[in-house]
Design a protein around this ligand. Sequence first.
Ligand code: NIG
Ligand code: FE
Length: 413
Amino acid sequence: MTKLFINIKELIQVRDVTIKKVSGKEMNNLPTIKNAFLLIDNELIKSFGTMEELQDFDVDQTIDCTDKMILPSWCDSHTHIVYAGNREQEFIDRINGLSYEEIAENGGGILNSAKKLQETSEDDLYKQSLKRVKEVINLGTGALEIKSGYGLTIDSELKMLRVINRLKKNLPIPIRATFLGAHAIPNEFKKDKDGYLDLIINQMLPRISEDRLADFIDVFCEIGYFNLKDTQRILAAGKKYGLISKVHVNQFNSIGGVKVSVNNDALTVDHLEVLTDDDLKSLKNSKTMPVALPTCSYFLSIPYTPARKIIDSDLPLAIATDYNPGSSPSGNMNFVVATACIKMKMTPEEAINAATINGAFAMNLSNEVGSISIGKLANFFITKEIPSYGFIPYNFGDSVIDTVYLNGQETGN
Ligand code: NIG
Ligand code: FE
């Protein structure tokens, strides 16, 4: 089945398929074609160009996009979208003066979500998560990373990862699974953190590998959670099972996690709200992509990742939602793009690059998604009638999305 989209006001993020990521000044360049056409063949992008270049194709369907734009789907490379229940009471506690760290110290936070998840059946967890994934698909997300880390026991971590894999099978977008057993120290191991690390390394990892349940491995490297030595142990153990690392670092403190991650060939380091010159130095000349999570900063009222410093140091940057019940209960990539512009002083071009091509790189999905390129998946959205792509972050409270296409099919869920 071939579909031809014509009279596209502006076709955004058109790239040669060989471009895998953009860094530094290149991030401010967003290649587009005005008054364009786009041809897709089944699930793949076949051709595109200006309307003047359009040849007489024999197609099954023609869609007129007059006054509308087309963008590649958002690539959300960091989420915890599989979780049970919510934590709105902690949100209220924070309004009343408690900090995120204080709530965690009192048994709330990640351990609160772990308790809820342990008590939730696998089917119920799947249903709750499926609803959220469908919602973010309607908001334009066309590729997604999902972490475990609210299980914290063998059974519950495996349950989470099986749910992620069920979503992978049943949903029309590429999904990548990340094992985050080292997300918090369970109460039973409060006085025996090494015992919990042994459990992760000697019992969880072999089972996860045997059942092929994860693509990546993650650690929450932070004071009060996992230190540098723990992080090194987990990342090295993951590597033995072929898991590439994507690491939570520098959310509240810079303790050297960036360097350890880079030394372990991490694909990404995520958060980076606190970033020192030494951290920046480690990232330079590395293949590791920094990932900022602007809506986590927004929701927790913590500093924003210094995007300008990162981009002006000639580094790449991806942005993602961090969708989770504690620090970012939203999977809205449109709002992430807007917040990156409004609060982190990224230009619309930089933010869109960070949310598409660099987001795809941050999930090892560069060959499939992240740009309008021949041979990539036809995962994109048509906007409503908008004056310019800068209107997307400008109009921050509303979705500009008119229609979503995934694998060449219009979605309607
Ligand atoms: O990325 N920082 C660690 N993990 C999550 C939050 C987890 C939670 O509060 O449930 C994050 O912000
Ligand atoms: Fe996170």
